[in-house]
Design a protein around this ligand. Structure first.
Ligand code: HEC
Ligand code: HEC
Length: 223
């Protein structure tokens, strides 16, 4: 008859121990969060007063995550962050390609080039129609991408790459994919001209590149 009673007391003890632990952890948690808030708050304050002492004395509450607040100036950056950054992190390579390379600067010269690619999509990038991304949102994004690429190019201070000619486009924009799935593309094959509209979109060619490639292919066919 002693055993069950012993059981109940050990259960009660265990319960008490559990309760003590719970209370302790709650108290600790509260203390920790209080300390963290104080710490973040003060770090925040010192940064704000260090950077903009004038504004701080004006009684303005410093905003911590300014980058995420949509303003007229950062519109392109913030919207890029929402729609594109997941695949082009900071414009760099991720699931998508880098938008900061000299090759990107060579191929995408204008906002319109970027807008068109985003509207059409490619074989590897989803298309964004006007319901997904309105014009007034896409244009600032394109401006942001173009500016970032310009700054990156200046930093690299390399001479600008010459535009790709027909064979260059076939090699750099088409062959990478076809090498894996098919026999090499033969520019004299009339199929290539037939497939141009679909494949230019698939490869994300700009209008200019598509025209250059078409002219090159037509010259090849005539031979
Ligand atoms: C789901 C991933 C994904 C998202 C989201 C995405 N992209 Fe892309 N993007 C890609 C991939 C992959 C490529 C390479 C396409 C190819 O080679 O066919 C690419 C290519 C591009 C290119 C052409 C680069 C080149 O040199 O050929 C541009 C410009 C571009 N993306 C801009 C954007 C913008 C602007 C957004 C946001 C509106 C965006 N992308 C969102 C995956 C993505
Ligand atoms: C993202 C990968 C990819 C890129 C980039 C790409 N293609 Fe293709 N292409 C394909 C796939 C997939 C098919 C369909 C293959 C099939 O069904 O046999 C195809 C089919 C074709 C065909 C038809 C082949 C046939 O015999 O029916 C031609 C021609 C072609 N591509 C040319 C091009 C050209 C030119 C470019 C560059 C502007 C290009 N491709 C870029 C993936 C790609």
């Amino acid at each position: 008859m002693n055993e069950p009673r012993g059981d109940t007391t050990s259960i009660a003890r265990a319960y008490q121990r559990g309760l003590t632990l719970l209370v302790l952890s709650v108290v600790l948690g509260l203390a920790l969060s209080g300390w963290l808030q104080g710490w973040v708050g003060s770090a925040h304050f010192s940064v704000a007063s260090g950077v903009g002492g004038g504004a701080a004395t004006g009684g303005e509450v410093p905003r911590s995550r300014q980058g995420l607040v949509l303003t007229a100036e950062n519109r392109g950056q913030v919207l890029f962050g929402r729609s594109c950054d997941s695949c082009h992190p900071g414009g760099r390579e991720g699931r998508g390609v880098s938008l900061l390379t000299p090759e990107f600067r060579r191929d995408f010269k204008t906002e319109a080039d970027i807008v068109q690619l985003v509207r059409d999509g490619t074989c590897n990038m989803p298309a964004y129609n006007r319901f997904l991304l309105a014009d007034e949102d896409l244009v600032p994004i394109a401006q942001f991408v173009l500016n970032r690429a310009k700054v990156a190019a200046t930093a690299a201070s390399a001479p600008p790459l010459p535009a790709l000619d027909g064979p260059g486009i076939l090699q750099h924009r088409c062959a990478s994919c076809h090498a894996r799935i098919d026999k090499p593309i033969d520019a004299r094959d009339v199929q290539v001209l037939y497939a141009l509209d679909t494949m230019a979109k698939c490869a994300g060619l700009t209008t200019e590149q598509k025209t250059v490639l078409r002219t090159f292919l037509q010259a090849q066919q005539a031979r």
